[in-house]
Design a protein around this ligand. Structure first.
Ligand code: ATP
Length: 368
């Protein structure tokens, strides 16, 4: 009987609970035992009560629960081989040889490293007499399957990550609230949204709310962005618009690589010599992450959770670790490490201020 573990790691995102629920129920339906690893990799390293078997009924009602009910954490110990050795021991002791992990690219990188080291780790546990050869015999290989849980939609190779549409919906709802008061007082608002290396949330929110101007990491504004923004806002005001909304991703830069902050934008809009708009800043922060998942993320988490269990059952020792993606509305399996490398490449291009490259690596079409 296969024993599969499900874990959430890195930042939480709405839709993780629906994914856990789907893994638990599909696993049980396919005759497997399904375990929950609590508190991310910390649970694997510490073991004990942090690894617990799930029953079918225990995930009842999880579709509408935000965040992750099995907890998530950043775990320093798992970066070290010693931590991964402890994790391997705990997995063997629980009889688990397949791990479905829902997290960002860091968590998935850690998972693949763990898989590639697995035979050596198990051998070391025998050599150091922590486990017997008999105990480890059925656990020669570890299967890893990734689910991408992230509000940023920053993973290459998939059209959407679990949680991104919930966060986008939340941002749009908040902008709608702000617009009502902005319009009443004829004010300007600079709204900061999440996205350190990825402008998807800011871009999509800009389109969906009809914002006056947006700033995203991948496409820095030209040198004269100040003049450009003020001209656009002035034009909209001349056309009778009583509100001004500027959306800025937390990782926005200009072409020289200088950070563009909400304060800088506010100062420009409020400049007495210029537009002289009564301007406020709203940092949306963690409301973007919280709350229950929208229908799409519940659906995506469910379908991808089901597919993750199928991928575990189909895996052979030679299959490279897959992650579950969605491409053109179809649930697909793709090589995990290629997507992780592609994702890192975008972040590296942005860090190196090679913005043309960053843009060309993004799947989403951006236009002027
Ligand atoms: P988010 O998108 O929210 O940042 P993430 O999964 O990328 O999510 P990280 O903080 O990078 O978040 O990783 C979460 C955890 O995964 C780390 O605390 C660590 O335990 C493990 N991890 C990440 N990268 C590695 C790695 N290269 N080797 C081993 N473990 C790793």
């Amino acid at each position: 009987k296969r024993r599969i573990a499900i874990m959430t790691s890195g930042g939480d995102s709405p839709g993780m609970n629906p994914a856990i629920r789907a893994v638990v129920r599909m696993g049980i339906d396919k005759g497997c035992d399904v375990y929950g690893v609590y508190e991310g990799y910390e649970g694997l390293v510490q073991g004990g009560d942090l690894i617990r078997q799930f029953q079918w009924s225990e995930v009842r009602g999880w579709l509408s629960e935000g965040g992750t009910l099995i907890g998530t954490a950043r775990c320093m110990a798992f970066y070290e081989r010693a931590g991964r050795l402890k994790a391997a021991k705990n997995m063997v002791l629980h009889g688990i040889d397949a791990l479905i992990i829902c997290g960002g690219d860091g968590s998935l990188t850690g998972a693949d490293k763990f898989r590639s080291e697995w035979p050596d780790l198990v051998q070391e546990l025998v050599d150091t007499k922590q486990l017997t050869a008999e105990q480890t015999k059925p656990y020669k290989h570890l299967n890893i399957v990734g689910l991408v849980g992230s509000i940023d939609n920053d993973m290459s190779g998939t059209d959407a990550t679990i949680g991104c549409f919930s966060a986008l919906g939340r941002i749009c709802e908040m902008v709608d609230y702000i617009e009502a008061t902005a319009s009443s007082h004829s004010r300007a608002f600079v709204i900061e949204v999440m996205g350190r290396h990825c402008g998807w949330l800011a871009l999509m929110a800009g389109v969906a709310t009809g914002a006056d101007f947006i700033f995203i990491p991948e496409k820095p504004r030209p040198e004269k962005w100040r003049e450009e923004m003020c001209a656009v806002v002035a034009h909209h005001r001349q056309n009778g618009k009583r509100k001004t909304i500027v959306i800025v991703a937390e990782g926005a830069y200009d072409q020289e690589g200088n950070k563009i902050t909400p304060e800088m934008i506010k100062d420009l809009l409020a400049d007495k010599e210029g537009l002289a708009l009564d301007t406020r800043i709203t940092t949306l922060g963690h409301v973007q992450r919280g709350g229950s998942a929208c229908a799409y993320d519940r659906y995506l988490g469910t379908l991808q959770g089901v597919e993750a269990v199928r991928a575990v059952l189909d895996a052979t020792p030679d299959t490279p670790s897959p992650f579950i993606a969605v491409n053109e509305n179809k649930i697909t399996r793709k090589p995990l490490m290629q997507a992780v490398l592609d994702t890192k490449e975008v972040a590296n291009a942005i860090a190196a201020k090679d913005f043309d490259r960053a843009m060309s690596l993004r799947d989403t079409e951006f236009s002027d």
